[in-house]
Design a protein around this ligand. Structure first.
Ligand code: MSP
Length: 521
């Protein structure tokens, strides 16, 4: 039986500096989704990478006394390392300076030209190098220091006048509005869809899509002084990565259109307006969904070096560990909205849910099995109502609830469903008190510990997308075979075999102790 396909992408990151927490956040979210879908029986393709062209990258390289390519190689290596560090399981890390990608950009340009959508003219207007974006006068404001900035991003704009190729975006206004109406789930969350729709309703202007004042980019076919606007180049990564246009390996046919482009709220316009218009022009299908997540903040503010509130991905990992960082970020912030993070918030969450709740459940259950059941999966006696209720909650019902939340990319609520089950299991262990049953009713003790081991097996399976290493350690501890860990094994039909020997229990989610707190305690 062929598996259904699922193609997920992150934005590709600019290489003008090393990765920060926003990059890690997006990569982790996409990874959680990709892992979930793989475990749920999908043939997943997961793409991430770096966006290496444009004026900003060229200038940063020059300022550092490097050749642009050399500079890109160095920074791209840091992004690849960040993905490894965060245990991100991408199928491909694309770099836009790769030749195959440049070829694909020229191919889509050719298609848009064939469609009659590209013409030569002169551009005169405001441009933000930081955003690599053009702004209309109505989108700008003058700061007290006299600098002209984009209202939406606060970045400085400069007047730009040069010969440029234009894309006839204006002729896509109605087509895009019709598309949004016919595909209500295309832009998510819905409040971002409303923002995009009102922007498009004002009427779209043609878009300048080539530059002549610098040369770090993909050459426009048959126009030697022009390089492509970096967004035409960058957005094309989603199809060049899977083989467009030649599709020698059939991946484009298999995976396109993408199921979801996961991006930050600041670049929704590029993905929900420009990209679909380019694709329509080139006669290609549109992605199924564009999801704009929020920004991570500290104390309600954007992280910035000058404010001194930057939390780096490395800081988090060295404090909490990789799995805990992944869990904390996905749990603490409602995906889609901006959210505050701090060491304290994450530390408290990790302690309350991973250490005290899930970790403790595993520890209590497995140590009693080790002591009182010869370290083997106990043999259950007759199951009582309370046993059935807990097993039902932890099996198919949990999978269905979590799957429902994943459909909406509600990662925090998906975790909440898991935590509810762990809570219920901790209440059950307290109520059943297997440590007392040991003397009064050993067969009942065995039943209770069996039920708990089963709950732990199901929790281990469903936790894998969030905490892949720890979840697999949990599954090792209840001796689940490596090929019995996907979601089809959740529920009672694949229950643990009584009598199976279990390894010695070992904690998987240690309590996080703030070193400073400890010193002052
Ligand atoms: N190169 C473009 C994307 C091209 S996609 C065809 C770009 N790069 S970026 O490096 O500036 O941002 C990469 C991603 O990180 C974007 O989705 C952006 O929204 C996200 N984030 C950047 N800062 C962020 C936070 N502080 N919090 C969460 N995500 C943020 O834009």
């Amino acid at each position: 039986m062929t598996k259904p396909h699922f193609y997920i992408t992150t934005a590709i990151s600019y290489v003008n500096g090393p990765p920060h927490i926003g990059h890690a956040y997006e990569a982790i979210a996409a990874d959680v989704m990709a892992r979930f879908k793989r475990l749920d029986g999908f043939d997943v393709y997961f793409l991430t990478g770096t966006d290496e062209h444009g004026q900003k990258v060229q200038k940063t390289a020059v300022a550092k006394g490097k050749q642009p390519q050399e500079f890109c190689d160095e920074i791209a290596a840091l992004f690849i390392e960040m993905c490894q560090q965060m245990n991100v399981s991408q199928d491909q890390f694309i770099r836009t300076t790769s030749q195959f990608h440049k070829d694909a950009c020229q191919a889509i340009w050719g298609k848009m030209q064939d469609a009659g959508d590209i013409y030569l003219n002169k551009y005169a207007g405001w441009y933000s190098e930081r955003d690599e974006a053009f702004y209309g006068e109505d989108e700008l404001e003058v700061r007290p220091d006299g600098k002209k900035v984009a209202k939406s991003t606060g970045t400085e704009v400069h007047w730009m006048e040069e010969e440029s190729y234009f894309f006839k975006l204006s002729s896509y206004t109605q087509k895009l509005l019709d598309y949004y109406e016919a595909h209500p789930d295309f832009i998510q969350p819905s409040f971002r869809k409303n923002e995009v729709t009102s922007f498009v309703k004002q009427g779209l202007k043609d878009l300048s899509i080539s530059r002549t004042s610098f040369d770090w980019g993909v050459k426009v076919p048959n126009a030697k002084d022009h390089i492509m606007y970096v967004w035409v180049d960058a957005l094309t990564n989603y199809i060049s990565a899977i083989g467009y246009p030649e599709d020698k390996q059939g991946q484009f046919k298999k995976y396109w259109p993408a199921d979801v482009h996961l991006i930050g709220k600041d670049i929704v316009r590029f993905h929900a307006v420009y990209w679909p218009a380019f694709l329509m022009s080139a006669g290609l299908p549109l992605p199924k969904r564009v999801f704009g997540h929020g920004f991570l903040l500290t104390r309600g503010e954007k992280m910035s070096k000058s404010v001194g509130n930057v939390i780096s991905p490395q800081d988090l990992v060295s404090r909490f560990g990789v799995d805990q960082t992944r869990y904390g970020l996905m749990r603490e912030v409602t995906f889609g909205q901006d959210g505050d993070i701090s060491y304290e918030l994450l530390g408290n969450r990790i302690n309350a849910e991973l250490a005290n709740n899930i970790g403790n459940l595993c520890q209590r259950t497995l140590s009693q099995i080790a002591k009182n059941c010869e370290g083997k999966v106990p043999k259950p006696d007759i199951l009582e109502d309370a046993d059935h209720q807990l097993l039902d909650k932890a099996g198919q019902a949990l999978l269905i609830a979590v799957r429902g939340e994943f459909e909406k990319l509600h990662f925090s609520r998906a975790i909440e469903e898991i935590v509810h089950v762990a809570n219920a299991a901790n209440l059950y262990i307290d109520a059943q008190a297997p440590w007392t049953l040991k003397k009064t009713n050993p067969p009942r003790m065995a039943t209770v510990l069996f039920v708990l081991a089963e709950v732990i097996r199901n929790l281990g399976i469903i936790l894998q997308p969030f905490t892949p290493v720890a979840a697999n350690k949990i599954l090792d501890q209840v001796a689940v075979a490596a090929n019995a860990r996907d979601f089809s094994f959740m529920g009672s039909t694949h229950a643990l075999q009584p009598g199976t020997a279990l390894p010695a229990p070992a904690g998987v989610f240690p309590r996080y102790v703030d070193e400073l707190q400890e010193k002052t305690a």
